[in-house]
Design a protein around this ligand. Structure first.
Ligand SMILES: *Cc1c(COP(=O)(O)O)cnc(C)c1O
Length: 336
């Protein structure tokens, strides 16, 4: 292959032939009536993987986060999250605009947990005076942090604070699969920390569409009502769920290849490969827009994060050959 190397995101993958075959074979029904057997199978499968009672299949991770947070943060109360969290930065204010959630943030190095800051932010119920904290949210892996894996000890500590202060825990696990493969921490252990968690099938797992939230039977039943209320009920969605099931069965362990390739790209770009936890590489540059444009002209697509940082993401459609070619382009661009 000699085309453009697209490292903008792990969302850009096309479904593989085998995945398309699974989609074509999918048994379907009307999911709004609860009659799509493939959707039901996917929801049961993913709930079990994370040790939760139930799951809900949604069109995007943003919708899964919206429904998950809404389930644990009543209108007019707040969630605490990291200042670069996807929730806070990349969901276009949905939690405030649509479900009445407010937020305050701590700032962690590369998206990390700062327990002292969290403890000092937690606000008790002071009646009609101050916003009450209802939940803590952590993102694992942390996207704007550079694909960083949060140490499991930190997640347990967040759970402990939440229990002590009577709060819920939300995990934005869009890329929890990458954290699992990078650390060997079982998915069930991640699930065990959270009251509600969102996970994406459309990132590293390579499904064309879809995310899920997991939680208790009661919370998921209510989220199902809210999904419909927001216009997100869908009908023969089993065609998409089949892609998700295929991805969960076949594309988790291979994420280790993406991680290895990301470290290789880091090396080529003069970035310390030790700073690359998973499939995301952040490169510090003088002029991010100019770097992205020079890359594009050389056949490598990337994304500027602010004025001086460029993000590269490895994924299912990037093989060793593409990484070698990308590495040559990056070596040229970073030497310039
Ligand atoms: C991609 C992503 C989401 C969800 O994004 P959608 O594009 O709405 O599917 C949520 N959280 C994080 C950290 C993400 O990277």
């Amino acid at each position: 292959m000699c085309g453009v190397i697209d490292l903008r995101s792990d969302t850009v993958t096309g479904p593989t032939e085998a995945m398309r075959a699974a989609m074509a074979r999918a048994e379907v029904g009307d999911d709004v009536y609860g009659e799509d057997p493939t959707v039901i199978a996917l929801e049961e499968r993913v709930a079990a993987l994370f040790g939760h009672e139930a799951a809900l299949f949604t069109v995007t991770g943003s919708l899964a986060n919206l429904l998950a947070l809404r389930a644990v943060v009543p209108v007019g109360t707040e969630v605490l999250c990291e200042s670069q969290a996807h929730l806070a930065r990349a969901e276009l204010g949905a939690h405030g605009a649509l479900t009445g959630v407010t937020m305050r943030t701590w700032t962690g190095t590369r998206g990390s947990v700062d327990l002292a800051a969290i403890e000092s932010l937690v606000a008790p119920d002071l009646g009609p005076f101050m916003v009450r904290t209802a939940a803590l949210s952590v993102e694992n892996t942390h996207n704007f942090g550079g694909g960083t894996v949060l140490p499991f000890e930190d997640l347990k500590a967040v759970r402990e604070v939440a229990d002590r202060r009577r709060l819920c825990v939300h995990i934005d696990g869009a890329r929890i699969w990458n954290a699992h493969v990078a650390t060997g921490t079982p998915l069930q252990e991640y699930g065990g920390v959270a009251d509600v968690m969102a996970v994406c099938l459309s990132k590293g797992l390579g499904a064309p569409v879809g995310s899920l939230l997991v939680g208790s039977t009661e919370r998921i039943a209510e989220a199902r009502v809210w999904r419909k209320r927001l216009g997100g009920g869908w009908r023969q969605a089993g065609v998409l769920a089949a892609a998700g099931l295929y991805a969960v069965d076949h594309h988790v362990e291979r994420l280790a290849d993406d991680h290895r390739r990301a470290r290789r790209l880091a090396e080529a770009a003069g970035v310390d490969p030790e700073s690359v936890d998973t499939n995301i590489v952040m490169i510090d540059v003088d002029d991010a827009a100019a770097f992205v444009e020079a890359g594009r002209r050389a056949g490598l697509l990337s994304v500027a994060f602010g004025d001086r940082v460029v993000r590269l993401v490895t994924h299912l459609d990037i093989d060793d050959d593409a990484v070698e070619r990308a590495g040559q382009i990056l070596a040229r661009l970073t030497a310039a």
